[in-house]
Write a protein that binds this ligand. Structure first.
Ligand SMILES: [Zn+2]
Length: 327
């Protein structure tokens, strides 16, 4: 089944007391998700294991809640794969230290995650206790959350760049790790990016905070920036160069930065002002991108059976290939 991506959440509120109270209240109302405070408490107090990751360590706490030994083995393999994917993209694990809380819940499939960046980096993901190997092999959610770890926390009005970049980077990282085909990613982008275009009456990305604009509008910003960077540097640099530099300068999501700081760090690494210039176009006012024309230039064409054809004779075919090449 095609996952309904993306719907995981990012908690970047800076005041833990206030946010924990807010999240706690909504969790009680919905009878589901735990509060940030509960996640941090579980990671601090419960017995877990410390996984060595490139550049640091990850404390893993699993609450099986009745799930068996097979499920536990699958969870470990799935966590290991997501660690490898995020580390390939950033050239190391995205933060020096993080906690990961996995909770077994009724049903099957990976049920959504939240990433926190308060005093330390933390991720919580719920996994159905009846999940099989395929559910976890096909999962994108844990990788999406790990990608969040590598980007500094910003004011909430800029959530579009945090969610958009995790949405855009996750499939690229999985392609680089050999877990996903480029054709599949381009098909998804072709289908989903139009959800990020401004609707009538919408303002820029900093001022319209709908789901589509936040996730897919942010992803569209990342794609346009990546294409432009690859094009003007003849494939020497892309968004990955910028995102690695932002990670290295900030240390990841425990840093609380302005968006200008992040974009400037990225621009400095590529020697171009692509990120800042595009931000000035897309953030303050509605900015329509001709997605069909862009995809045609990249050589991405919809096929009758719902897949895509990748055309290597298209004008920007080399840019398309560079975007998913392992960096
Ligand atoms: Zn997210």
């Amino acid at each position: 089944m095609q996952p309904q991506r993306p719907w995981s959440r990012r908690a970047a509120l800076r005041s833990l007391g206030a946010s924990a109270a807010l999240l706690g209240a909504s969790a009680v109302a919905q009878g589901q998700a735990s509060s940030a405070e509960e996640v941090y408490e579980a990671l601090r107090l419960q017995r877990g294991e410390t996984l060595r990751v490139a550049g640091g360590e990850l404390k893993l706490v699993v609450q099986p809640n009745g799930a068996g030994a097979d499920w536990l083995r699958q969870v470990h393999a799935w966590v290991d794969r997501a660690i490898a994917v995020a580390s390939i993209y950033f050239g190391r694990f995205p933060v020096d230290r993080a906690g990961l809380l996995i909770r077994g819940v009724p049903g099957s499939g990976v049920r959504g995650g939240v990433t926190y960046g308060f005093d330390t980096s933390a991720v919580k993901v719920d996994v159905g206790r009846e999940s099989g190997p395929r559910d976890m092999q096909d999962d994108w959610i844990l990788t999406h959350e790990f990608i969040h770890l590598g980007f500094p926390s910003l004011r909430r009005r800029h959530a579009w760049i945090e969610e958009g970049s995790a949405t855009y980077v996750e499939p690229i990282a999985r392609i680089q790790a050999g877990q996903l085909t480029a054709a599949r990613m381009w098909r998804d982008l072709l289908n989903d990016l139009p959800k990020g275009l401004p609707a009538p009456g919408d303002a820029g990305l900093d001022n319209t905070h709908t789901w589509g604009r936040t996730y897919w509008g942010g992803a569209l910003y990342c794609l346009v920036a990546d294409v432009e960077l690859q094009r003007v540097t003849a494939g020497r640099h892309g968004l990955q160069t910028a995102w690695r530099a932002i990670r290295d300068a900030s240390g990841g999501n425990v840093a609380f930065w302005t968006i200008e700081q992040a974009l400037t760090a990225g621009d400095r690494a590529t020697g171009r002002f692509v990120l800042t210039d595009l931000y000035r176009q897309m953030a303050p006012a509605a900015f329509a991108v001709d997605i069909d024309a862009l995809m045609a230039q990249l050589g991405v064409r919809a096929a009758a059976d719902g897949t895509v054809v990748l055309d290597d004779a298209a004008p920007l075919a080399s840019v398309r290939r560079a975007i998913t090449r392992a960096g």
